[in-house]
Design a binder for this molecule. Structure first.
Ligand code: 0A1
Ligand code: ZN
Length: 880
């Protein structure tokens, strides 16, 4: 066994002889430096004359000196790449202003004024997709976090809340639809080929929630009546041909509105709720007040083009953005260090929503898998940061799995300790107390303490300390009692060498080996460096099931005997714990001897457990699918102090091949059984589809000829994207002539559908095919590939960067390709470019040969002139 104990023990690996170049770092912004704004803006008037090549923006700001501010006689209006064409104070042109860097400073003699500024912007040239930009003939905005300052000069910080009146004027032919936040109060025709609309949002909001959309769009309309009986008009706006793919999104929206009333007592607060789908978008979606803007991939879905996973993602993201109306919009963030206040809480809310809409346990397992695959590596690498960071250089780099997913786990722990009813009291109090305010994480925790009665003093460490706590557990048997010995360490992370023990809520059960039962689950809140807990009444040593439901986001370190894992994998009544036992069984085997795989005994145990899972009549197929899933290579690498990605890949593929052979008959029978289930969106049919492709995946490793035949049949018979994509994924990884034929069929069958074309790129870039790297090189030259669309860039290069076998090619060519991509993309779309740095940033945890190659590529990026703030920060931290 060579399981990593403490990654922080690693001081470095494979230091190259040359010193790293000094990278000019953008200025650091610190949480401790927060000061209230000097000026408040009560009302904002914006007048847009829309034109893709020259949009005129006139602002009117009613500003007032903040009594809590520092009494400055000038107002700082942030800008980014703007020039003021005119500045007026109280209706009179003034020259009493100057630029400080990109910001506009306007002198103001009194305590309240009206400041007006005129700017001109070029949406068609905005490839960064921040501010106002053009996407497929329409104009739209993205303002979070600091995009508003690319539209007009403004105190662009989340603690300045204003009501907005917006007037949009544009060509009728190009922009028949003109939308902004709130309600449309008036509209008209100018008689010169242009028309206009005025929008008013009565709810004070920070500038990052401002939005406008102008385009040739059609709407699916519906309505929802809130719990107090108000009718809300709902509209989902898409391009003409996409309307028949919006049904699922609309259903999801109505379910979200209903659920937030029932689960959190939150009612919608405008007469209108608009969602717009755009194809060019840096992230998933954005919660602009009353006008959510979505990446098309989280809106459009029909059985022919969207997989079951896509359906779930649409439902989850629609929920997430909708829930922000309260957790984010009604109560917003004081500053960007508080990002997890809205994001961690909203992720928890969307997770609970999805749990309630589908299988609770399967959703929980999926969320834990995401946390481990994306957040644990972040927490143990050079980019580790607390869920409430202390400093940043570019805030876009902090929209991370830590702030979002670990942030959700931290609030989930409060819910576990308080119980759901008390937690609801805490959240009610939080919303009541801070409605209309820009709040802090501290405000949230205090409201939780006051509402639930919990003492969260030490628990606050979860907000300030980075790193995944490691909990060592040992069960001792003494007479008629079981004694659980626990100890914890929180690893050192950048800037945080010393950590304190944190309260860790662990749900646990002790099973009687003979009866297979336990006497009830218990909750232990473990908050010291070391502690012991005594459980009387056990004549024989029980079997421990620990961290049930993944009650704490920690790594449990315990040498669990194989027979106990087999017992729990078959008997644990907590589905997550059962999944965990299965994962541990496999992790123990695959990470033995530094990742070169363990003994035949361990493999036999996995084979027997898998066979039992395949045969267990009490399991539903969705859950069966979870239990059959092998731990991913990134998670396996995470278990090792220094990982050899080649060895891990070979060991995991070896196990798959062995399982595929050993279980061949069962898997073929399973494939046949599942193939007989007709398409539907209910759990039984979804479970069947999940298992069908999983069977193919194991067979592809162990019996490739059989798999190729079954996959071809599945592809050809498919009446839905889940089956077709699953079959094509397997075929794309096999060295068979059919591969090309089916890939070509897929491409032409969905010609013109951008989201399916993304899948076509991803399937090849993420495939197990030995030539995957060569394929990616060719695909980058494909006429359908473009650097200007983030979805397309991610579909090719992110799929590649998380394909361990291809990315970690021993030659270093994969690293070079990603570094080249970062350099080419950085001037076009810095936010997206910076997201490709973390895969290279793992170099300290990789075996020496590859490690040096990865580091060299990071240094090559660091040495490039004119790096964006986004990329410079990520590269600097990765090398630091
Ligand atoms: N608040 C959004 C995430 C988001 C952040 C930044 C963006 O800029 C490109 C876009 C979206 C959410 O949590 O959904
Ligand atoms: Zn969010």
């Amino acid at each position: 066994m060579d399981i990593a104990r403490d990654p922080s023990a690693l001081s470095g690996n494979a230091q190259p002889a040359v010193a790293a170049p000094v990278l000019a770092q953008p200025q650091e912004i610190r949480r401790a430096d927060y000061r209230p704004p000097a000026w408040l803006v009560d009302e904002v008037g914006l007048d847009f004359a829309l034109d893709p090549d020259a949009t005129q923006v006139r602002s009117r700001l009613s500003v007032r000196r903040n009594p809590a501010g520092d009494g400055d006689h000038a107002i700082r209006l942030n800008g980014d790449g703007l020039a003021a064409r005119s500045v007026m104070v109280d209706g009179v042109i003034t020259n009493d202003w100057h630029m400080d860097g990109a910001d506009l400073i306007v002198a103001l003699p009194g305590d309240a004024h009206e400041v007006s500024v005129e700017t001109q912007i070029t949406p068609s040239a905005n490839s960064q997709l921040m501010g106002l930009y053009a996407s497929g003939g329409m104009l739209c905005t993205q303002c979070e976090a600091e995009g508003f300052r690319r539209i007009t000069f403004f105190p662009d910080r989340p603690d300045v809340l204003s009501t907005y009146r917006v007037r949009l004027t544009g060509e009728k032919g190009r922009f028949p639809v003109l939308l902004s936040n709130g309600n449309c109060t008036a509209s008209g025709d100018n008689g010169d080929g242009t028309h206009w609309a005025e929008w008013h949002d009565p709810w004070p909001k920070p500038s990052y929630l401002f939005a406008l959309v102008a385009g040739d769009l059609v709407a699916r309309r519906d309505s929802f009546t809130t719990m107090s009986g108000r009718k809300v008009d709902l509209a989902i706006w898409v391009r003409d041909g996409d309307l028949d793919r919006t049904d699922h999104a609309m259903r999801s929206l109505k379910k979200s509105m209903q659920w937030d009333e029932e689960a959190f007592g939150r009612e919608y607060d405008l007469d209108l709720f608009n969602i717009v789908a755009v194809s060019d978008f840096n992230m998933g979606a954005m919660e602009n007040k009353g006008l959510n803007i979505f990446n098309t991939r989280y809106v459009l879905a029909d059985p022919e083009t969207a997989t079951d996973a896509d359906y779930d993602a649409v439902e989850g993201v629609i929920g997430h953005e909708y829930f922000h109306n309260w957790s984010g919009n009604r109560v917003t963030c004081r500053d960007w260090f508080q990002l997890s206040l809205k994001e961690g809480f909203t992720v928890l809310r969307d997770q609970l929503f999805s749990q309630a809409m589908g299988s609770e346990s399967v959703k929980r397992i999926e969320d834990v898998r995401v946390l481990r695959a994306a957040q644990f590596p972040e927490d143990s690498g050079p980019l580790a940061h607390p869920i409430r960071p202390d400093s940043y250089r570019e805030i876009s780099n902090f929209y991370t799995a830590t702030v979002y997913n670990k942030g959700a786990e931290v609030i989930r722990m409060m819910r576990t300790m308080a119980g759901p009813e008390n937690f609801r009291k805490g959240s009610d109090l939080y919303f009541d107390r801070h409605d209309g305010e820009a709040a802090t994480c501290e405000d949230f925790v205090t409201a939780m303490e006051d509402g639930t009665g919990l003492d969260l003093s030490r628990f606050r460490l979860w907000y300030s300390q980075a790193g995944t706590p490691r909990v060592e557990a040992r069960l001792e048997h003494d007479g008629d009692a079981a004694i659980l010995h626990l100890s914890q360490t929180v690893p050192a992370t950048p800037g945080q060498p010393d950590k304190q023990p944190m309260p860790i809520p662990l749900r646990l059960a002790l099973f009687d080996r003979d009866s297979g039962d336990h006497g009830g689950e218990q909750l232990v809140v473990f908050d010291k460096a070391g502690d012991s807990f005594r459980f009387p009444g056990f004549a024989k040593p029980p079997v421990l099931s620990l961290n049930r439901g993944f009650s704490a986001p920690v790594a449990i370190e315990r040498a669990v005997p194989q027979d106990e894992l087999v017992f729990l994998a078959a008997h644990d009544d907590d589905p997550l714990a059962r999944y965990e036992a299965m994962q541990s069984l496999t992790v123990q085997y695959l990470t033995a001897d530094g990742g070169k795989a363990g003994d035949g005994d361990g493999r036999d145990a996995i084979g027997a457990a898998m066979a039992a899972i395949l045969d267990d009549p009490a399991l539903d197929d969705l859950m069966r699918g979870e239990l059959l899933m092998l731990p991913g290579e990134a998670y396996l690498a995470e278990q090792l102090l220094v990982a050899d990605p080649g060895a891990i890949h070979a060991a995991r593929e070896g196990l798959k091949a062995w399982l595929g052979q050993r279980l061949e008959d069962r898997l073929v029978a399973l494939h046949a059984r599942a193939s007989a289930v007709p398409y539907g969106l209910e759990a039984v049919a979804r479970g069947a589809r999940k298992l069908k492709t999983q069977a193919l995946v194991l067979l592809a490793a162990g019996a490739p000829a059989v798999a190729a035949e079954l996959a071809a049949a599945q592809y050809s018979a498919a009446d839905n994207m889940t089956d077709r994509q699953g079959a094509l994924m397997v075929l794309a990884g096999l060295d068979t002539p059919a591969r090309e034929t089916f890939l070509a069929d897929f491409k032409t069958r969905y010609e013109g559908n951008a989201l399916v074309t993304d899948k076509w790129f991803s399937l090849q870039a993420g495939s197990l095919h030995p030539q995957a790297l060569e394929h990616v090189k060719h695909l980058a030259q494909h006429p359908d590939f473009t650097m200007n669309n983030p979805n397309r860039v991610r579909s090719l290069y992110m799929a590649f960067a998380v394909n361990p076998q291809a990315f970690h090619a021993a030659s270093g060519e994969g690293y070079r390709m990603i570094a080249d991509l970062i350099l080419a993309l950085d001037p076009i779309n810095a936010q997206t470019a910076a997201r490709f740095v973390p895969p290279l940033g793992r170099w300290r945890r990789i075996e020496p040969g590859r490690s040096a190659l990865m580091r060299a590529e990071l240094e090559r990026v660091a040495a490039a002139p004119n790096l964006s703030r986004d990329t410079a920060e990520q590269v600097g931290r990765s090398l630091g």
